[in-house]
Design a protein around this ligand. Structure first.
Ligand SMILES: NC(=O)c1ccc[n+]([C@@H]2O[C@H](COP(=O)([O-])OP(=O)(O)OC[C@H]3O[C@@H](n4cnc5c(N)ncnc54)[C@H](O)[C@@H]3O)[C@@H](O)[C@H]2O)c1
Length: 365
């Protein structure tokens, strides 16, 4: 199959759809891979690396789309790319259709086959192509939180690990899912005292089994949250209720109970945030302060570490890319139900119920 990787053109997106290692595997399996010139540079992969792995470099995005049966990307296509996508072409990327009616209509019109990373779903309900980004964001949350606790950026002036004779900082984590556990691991590694809350006892048992004793689990509820926000230096929001807005576990009035310079990192910002005062921020201007409490609410945290994020993402997408290339989308989806759940739009038909519901449309194919 002819597979194309365009350069991402969405603002500040430095990731790329395939690494040279992924190209190497595809070429080894007798596929042709076209990479747009400089597509990998933002992630630290250069044209020479791709050529050495067997790719052909094309100079323009038009050539990549025109010459490829399947496009492998990271972000949803933007308006400039809509006319380049054609009937029958497979596009495998994050789409997040429910958040853009324009994109949905454009892809319906294109009659392409749109397979969305975010809805590829295993039988146990896990979302294998979302997990790596939560892992990145969870680990980054502590790195960022530790930085914003420093006094020059209005934090409490606390070193998370403490030093001999000074107790470590305290980290409160809301949610013991992928984000929460990765954050707990990083915070514990720095020597911080960690409290992690969840409403799912299975998750709390798991955390309790695998984490060192300075990571303490508690059941999540307003009483415990109010108790801990008074004494914790860094608070991480990592809750998720699938398909719904995150619950506001920290309300505006609670900010007054925190000590000045407390840092909130609301990773759940992309689902509306689990802190009432959360509003999305960017890497250019990541924080704002309300009532002396520092808020960090960047909606695409993995974008700041494109090398790690690209490799983590392509580690999990490559097996699917290989299957799609080997078998074609119809056979690959028929044989792998997880991949079939990634089908969102096929030849002008909307085939994913959640998207129709998001727009109040009646029917799906
Ligand atoms: N900002 C970013 O760049 C970025 C990157 C990746 C993921 N995210 C977001 O981070 C959030 C968490 O993702 P995840 O992969 O860890 O989800 P997950 O499903 O693995 O974990 C969510 C956890 O929240 C728990 N939870 C639900 N209600 C709760 C409550 N009231 N109190 C405490 N815990 C509660 C669940 O039981 C679950 O264990 C999602 O909104 C995700 O979209 C953001």
């Amino acid at each position: 199959m002819k597979i194309g990787v365009p350069k991402e053109i969405k603002n500040n997106e430095n990731r790329v759809g395939l690494t040279p290692a992924g190209v190497f595997e595809l070429v080894k399996n007798r596929h042709q891979v076209y990479i747009q010139a400089t597509a990998g540079e933002g992630s630290g992969f250069f044209d020479a690396d791709y050529i050495a792995a067997g790719a052909v470099i094309l100079s323009s995005i038009e050539e990549v789309y025109a010459g490829s049966e399947m496009i492998v990307k990271v972000k949803e296509p933007i308006a400039q790319e809509y006319p380049l996508i054609r009937e029958g072409q497979v596009v495998f990327t994050y789409f997040h259709f429910a958040s853009s009616e324009d994109l949905t209509l454009a892809m319906l019109k294109s009659r392409a086959v749109c397979i969305a990373y975010e809805t590829v779903e295993e039988a146990d309900g896990s979302l294998p192509l979302l997990i790596p980004m939560s892992e990145v964001a969870g680990r980054m949350a502590i790195q960022q939180g530790a930085k914003y606790l420093e006094k020059p950026i209005k934090g409490r002036g606390v070193l998370l690990g403490g030093v001999p004779g000074v107790p470590p900082g305290k980290v409160l984590i809301l949610g013991a899912g992928t984000v929460g556990i990765q954050a707990a691991k990083m915070a514990a590694g720095l020597g911080a005292h960690v409290t992690i809350l969840d409403i799912n006892m299975k998750r709390l048992r798991y955390v309790n089994d695998i984490m060192p004793s300075h990571v303490v689990t508690e059941f999540s509820g307003e009483y415990n949250i109010r108790k801990h926000i008074r004494t914790h230096d860094l608070i991480i929001g990592g809750v998720l209720i699938p398909g719904a807005k995150a619950p506001s576990l920290i309300t505006r009035d609670m900010l007054g109970e925190m000590r000045p310079g407390t840092v909130l990192v609301d990773v759940a910002v992309d689902q509306g945030g689990c802190i009432e005062t959360t509003r999305p921020t960017t890497h250019e201007d990541p924080t704002y302060i309300i009532d002396d409490v520092v808020h960090y609410c960047v909606a695409n945290m993995p974008g700041a570490v494109p090398y790690t994020s690209t490799v983590a993402l392509t580690n999990v997408t490559l097996p699917y890319v290989l299957q799609l290339a080997e078998k074609g989308w119809e056979k690959a989806c028929a044989q792998r139900p997880a991949l079939a759940r990634g089908l969102n739009i096929v030849h002008g038909d909307l085939v994913y119920r959640g998207i129709a519901e998001a727009f109040g449309w009646n029917a799906i194919a």
